[in-house]
Design a protein around this ligand. Structure first.
Ligand code: ATP
Ligand code: MG
Length: 497
């Protein structure tokens, strides 16, 4: 008898059949991968199991018994928890208060029993080997540590099944390694994990079985040892994916479009000198916290404290002003697209056209046909999954929101495009399209500066890679010396092998 069984699970949202008769089983004590294109239904399936949504039809079985968790609390009582990517806690309360929120230990008189609260939190943190002071305010923890507290909350309250939805998308390499160690240990203790991720290498390193969803349909469930990444990609997107060498790499470079000299911002970075030519894609590598995002944000005018000189198309740029940056022809696709990149209440067409509005406006009127054509074009190329480009952005899956945020800036005709983590949370098929789009922009003579934590992405895309560590540039690699090992060594500041 399977431990956990999904039978014919169907879930409809307005205009979308998110899951269509999905059936598969999960074995006890395994890590079960869930993969599929953006909008395939992975998060929806996880949320049904964790009591966030209920299925329209179909049945879940746990240990052979039918279950229907009607709320996250009801799921908890069945031993099912979900580790969310979004903040799941009250950011201004302490770790201990968050861990015991539903059941604060009290003394006679009703006051919270602080020592008991701390002790209980400490015990829960210990179950996952977390070395975190229970009095720390949640909001001050890094994403990785906050996630660890979420896992402690799950394990500490007796969870037998934990759903993890893209847990590593904003973790550093070291935090990821820690998480993997913990997952293996939880498995050894008999816990079952459902692991959603777009990172194929992670799934193959970590998971025992893999389930592929496509357009809300179940395509396959197979043991990891009997499948391959290429086979999984084909199952996911229904076609084969061929790696292409970017065309810009063999073109001649144009004049310098972006030049930064002695760029510095107190507490963030110092001594930044770099140039990007027309037709060039330059990568910016570094570990989380090295200052890469701070640099591109400062170039785009978001940092009032920045000093130094920046020239765009050989004209000096007034620092600290987004208006000047835009007028000079700079564009920034930010890392945190939910907060900085998109208006979630607008529809897909409006969001896509937002940054390109100056180009679409004639005599103060937005040309609707042009706007629609633009949105349709990018929706098609990025394989956007939405009932229509008129659908409200908030209802789209995480990865599809990312695609729109990216389309918005790609659609604007910038001479210099700063791109922070272009493919975070995006499926493999769309990744290939994004690389192609960036390559096309470079071939058109634009200058691109790309921040990425995915080294294969930088290696495959860039003409040069700059490496940052602790707020400063520590090296530059030409294509001949591109390798994951060389980059890692510079990023971490290790002596040359
Ligand atoms: N609350 C909602 N309201 C409306 N539609 C929704 C809602 N949640 C999900 N959907 C739709 O259901 C489909 C499946 O979404 P889901 O979030 O499960 O995808 P996913 O596989 O997790 O994708 P991603 O990799 O982008 O996170 C999508 O078409 C999405 O737009
Ligand atoms: Mg999702």
């Amino acid at each position: 008898m399977p431990f956990l069984k999904f039978t014919s699970i169907t879930k409809r949202f307005p205009g979308v059949l998110a899951l269509d008769g999905v059936s598969f089983s999960v074995e006890r004590g395994t890590c079960h991968a869930l993969i599929g294109e953006n909008g395939a239904g992975k998060s929806t399936l996880g949320k049904i199991l964790a009591g966030v949504y209920s299925a329209d039809s179909g049945q879940l079985f746990l240990d052979g018994q039918p279950i229907a968790p009607s709320s996250p609390l009801a799921a908890r009582e069945l031993g099912i928890a979900m580790v969310h990517q979004e903040l799941a806690f009250c950011p201004n309360l302490s770790v201990a208060e968050n861990l015991c929120l539903g059941d604060l230990p009290r003394r006679a008189g009703g006051f919270v029993d602080r020592p008991a609260l701390r002790a209980r939190a400490r015990a829960m943190l210990a179950t996952v080997g977390a070395d975190i002071d229970p009095d720390t305010i949640i909001g001050t923890l890094s994403t990785g540590r906050e996630q660890l507290v979420q896992i402690a909350a799950a394990v500490g309250t007796g969870a037998r099944i934990i759903v993890m939805d893209e847990p590593t998308s904003s973790l550093s390499a070291a935090e990821t390694a820690d998480l993997f160690r913990l997952i293996r240990e939880l498995k050894a203790r008999g816990l079952t994990l459902i692991y959603v991720s777009h990172r194929m290498e992670e799934l193959f390193a970590l998971c025992d079985n893999i389930t592929v969803l496509r357009d809300g349909h179940h395509i396959a469930t197979e043991p990891i040892p009997s499948t391959t990444p290429a086979r999984v990609v084909t199952q996911m997107i229904g076609r084969e994916l061929r790696a292409q060498t970017p065309a810009h790499l063999t073109r001649d470079l144009g004049p310098i479009r972006l030049a930064a000299e002695n760029l510095a911002s107190p507490g963030a970075f110092t001594d930044i000198n770099l140039v990007v030519h027309a037709g060039e894609i330059v990568g910016l590598a570094g570990i989380v916290g090295a200052g890469r995002s701070a640099v591109v944000q400062a170039l785009f005018g978001l940092d009032p404290a920045v000093t130094g000189q920046v020239r765009v198309n050989d004209r000096p740029l007034a620092l600290g002003s987004i208006d000047s940056a835009l007028a000079a022809g700079l564009g920034l696709v930010p890392e945190d697209r939910k907060r900085q990149g998109l208006v979630l209440g607008l529809n897909c067409r409006e969001n896509t056209a937002l940054a390109a509005l100056p180009l679409l406006t004639r005599l103060g009127l937005v040309r609707r046909t042009a706007e629609r054509a633009l949105a349709e074009r990018y929706a098609k190329r990025l394989r956007l999954k939405t009932p229509s480009i008129e659908a409200i952005t908030a209802g789209l899956s995480g990865g599809n929101q990312q695609k729109i945020a990216l389309a918005k800036w790609l659609a604007r005709d910038c001479d210099v495009l700063l791109v922070d983590e272009p493919t975070r949370g995006v499926d493999v098929g769309a990744k290939a399209e994004i690389y192609q789009l960036l390559d096309e922009l470079a071939c058109e003579g634009k200058a691109l500066l790309v921040v990425s934590s995915e080294l294969p992405e930088l290696i495959g895309l860039c003409r040069r890679i700059l490496v940052m560590r602790e707020g400063t540039l520590v090296g530059e690699l030409p294509p001949a010396s591109f390798s994951g090992a060389a980059l890692m060594q510079l990023m971490a500041g290790l002596p040359a092998a």
